[in-house]
Design a protein around this ligand. Sequence first.
Ligand code: FNR
Length: 376
Amino acid sequence: MSHASLFSPLQVGPYRLQHRVVMAPLTRMRAERVSFAPRDLNAEYYGQRATAGGLIIAEASPVAATGRGNPATPGIYSDQQVEGWRKVVDAVHARGGFIFLQLWHVGRVSHSSLQPDGALPVAPSAVPITGEDLLAMTAHGKPEPYETPRALETHEIAEVIDAFRIAARNAVAAGFDGVEIHGANGYLLEQFLQSHSNLRTDRYGGSIANRARLLLEIVDAAVGVCGAERVGVRLSPYGVANGSGEPDPMPLYSHVIRALDERGLAWLHFIEPRSSGAGRAEVNHQNVPSAMKLFRPLWRGVLISAGGFDAASAEAAVAAGHADAIAFGRYFISNPDLPARIRHGIPFTPYQRATFYGGGAAGYTDYPFHDEGQRP
Ligand code: FNR
């Protein structure tokens, strides 16, 4: 797949992308605050970022009320949420774009104030997130230390899988072109994968094969709904977000990636470890491994990479065949017309971190287009 460029077409499952500048999933916490349904403002935001033949991965969306870890993140578990998402999908399709939804369960990255009936967050094991600077978001806005989560009973794991299956069905009902399973950044599925957060002694803990079981069963549930060619997976090997971090990632992630590879999925999507935790602070770790370079030999399908790319490094990664497409996060927030800016060498508008999470149109739908005539 070498000699490709960011602006050469790419086949992703049944879809023919016209370019390889992908919008990364980005939590913005601007859904309706009670129903957690997307609203018109969200449709406007995604519509601005849609391009003909471009791919958007819509923000992580809890598959169940227990999967929530933030206020005002849009869900995908109620009819009202499906209706809201349909407006978003329609806005993207109207401009000829493709849009997948990222399916999310935060597990222990939550707080009882955000959980149904004030219950403790659930996790593979009763192991809290600890560490300096790591605080839980709360419903009342003031961050607090993480609580010790409640370990899921084995029979409850089937309910988690069902929640992902139903969420995939809901995403299809809303018109999404497919789904991405969020297996990254320290959330529930990564908590199961990694040895420090998974101390289970049933078939979902212990060996690497057991720790990988939940992710694979959820992928298979989504494949049963959408077909493998409409299901992607996001992973962050070597990442350290939200208290995650496997002591020796290579054997674990080699197993997972080989198992995913056999399934013929739409894509595998990495967050490069250099930008791990990018959602909370400016980070650019030096001298860390490159996930795309390490794991590319194990993956035959489409590989998307994200994390700290600019126009030049994105073009170089695709030209070298390290990745087939590059997902941009922060610069897609501040540049609704990012693909055009990259194509024409137009400088990027800097992003404002203060408006990443929550609020209204400011820092959301009011970033400039280089050609305001292009604003939909
Ligand atoms: C993120 N990121 C993220 N990742 C993910 O898988 N699901 C999500 O919902 C979010 N939400 C999110 C919100 C915000 C405000 C930021 C800045 C980041 C991570 C994101 O997709 C991407 O991997 C990183 O931002 C690194 O890419 P950039 O920003 O260096 O291009």
